[in-house]
Design a protein around this ligand. Structure first.
Ligand code: UT7
Length: 325
């Protein structure tokens, strides 16, 4: 049976030039390199320059993904941008990217699902493509998360960083089997009962301020390992695959211990897990495409490989996308 599949044809990413090491952070809050590395696996994060906005990071990543795919930029008919740190409360940062790319057609909008934002945006792109709404979608995850941090709170400020990643997704005919290239299955979840476990204490309609990140780290950690393992299992069930069929696991990069715990829980060998959190910390919606770009460009992810993307974050929100590259 012939069906439309959403194929990722290009990937790109961008990290701001300023690198802040754990030693740099010890000059700001009472912490140590040893504590941060042992509890999180993070060695450094990148911080946007004062005049660099989320849209600037996104445009760099988008241009890299467009160049990688080789498409004519004018063929993009939809831009879906996942971010928790928009340039302005409105308009959507996606329209700033659209204008910078010289596009005056199609649709551009933002998606807000915090660290799960890229998985949400990619799933929306897949749905739009399969139902005929879009043909070529630019999906971006971009954040200047450093601007939401309370730089006096050592329990959160050591964890996050800024960055952007992007993919080009295009419709292509498939046979409807797991041998098809493209997105094979996608699953999204949220559970608002846990909205106060990880949140920002401000907003346009509550305080009129931007606010700062607040988190019950242990609670988030506990839920993350369970929810991520569950959504991986549902991906496998939906496709009839086993964990041995997965070539690469490209998770949201929040904490190396969460990734190790999840891999153990689902029986995935550590060498199949792409881990980049050490170099850029938790970049929220940017982290999955940043990790994906690294693994594609260094030759680990090859055509035909089965790649499992997942994320979990504030809300709680979580989800997974399984792709044959
Ligand atoms: O994208 C999804 C969003 N976030 C996450 O996935 C994060 C999930 N949670 C985590 O990654 C971990 O819970 C953390 C890394 C945030 C914390 O690790 P933990 O092993 O859960 O530590 P803890 O919160 O239980 O704190 C242990 C101790 C505490 O001291 P006491 O009360 O035992 O004396 C903290 O005050 O570590 C202390 N602590 C620190 N010490 C040095 C907390 N932050 C720091 C710090 N440096 N930066």
């Amino acid at each position: 049976m012939s069906i439309i599949r959403s194929v990722i044809t290009g990937v790109g990413s961008y990290l701001p030039a300023r690198r802040m090491s754990n030693d740099d952070i010890t000059k700001i809050v009472d912490t140590t390199d040893d504590w941060i590395v042992e509890r999180t696996g993070i060695h450094a994060r990148h911080i946007a320059a004062d005049d660099e906005k989320t849209s600037d990071l996104a445009i760099h990543a988008a241009r890299a993904a467009i160049a990688h795919s080789g498409i004519d930029v004018q063929s993009i008919d939809t831009i879906i941008m996942a971010t928790t740190t928009p340039d302005n409360t409105f308009p959507a940062t996606a329209v700033t990217v659209q204008a910078a790319l010289g596009l005056h057609h199609g649709a551009a909008f933002d998606v807000q699902a915090v660290c799960s934002g890229f998985v949400y945006a990619l799933t929306i792109a897949d749905t739009f493509i399969r139902c005929g709404q879009s043909k070529t979608v630019l999906v971006i995850g971009a954040e200047t998360f450093s601007r939401l941090l309370d730089w006096t709170d050592r329990t959160t400020c050591v964890l996050f960083g800024d960055g952007a990643g992007a993919v080009i997704v295009q419709g292509s005919e498939g046979e409807g089997t797991n041998a098809d290239r493209g997105i094979l299955t996608a699953h999204l979840h949220s559970d608002g009962r846990y909205k106060d476990k990880l949140y920002v204490d401000g907003g346009p309609s509550s305080t009129g301020t931007t606010g700062h990140v607040r988190m019950e780290g242990r609670e988030v950690f506990r839920h993350a390992v369970v929810n991520i393992a569950d959504t991986i299992r549902e991906s496998l069930e939906a496709t009839g695959m086993t964990i041995d069929d997965v070539d690469w696991f490209v998770p949201h990069q929040a904490n190396k211990r969460i990734l190790d715990g999840t891999a153990k829980r689902i029986g995935l060998p550590p060498e199949k897990v792409v881990i980049t959190v050490g170099e850029h910390g938790n970049t929220s919606a940017a982290s999955v495409p940043l990790a994906l770009d690294g693994a594609v460009r260094d030759g680990r992810v090859k055509k035909g490989d089965v790649v499992l993307l997942e994320a979990m974050g504030g809300g709680f929100t979580w989800g997974s996308v399984m792709v044959r590259w």
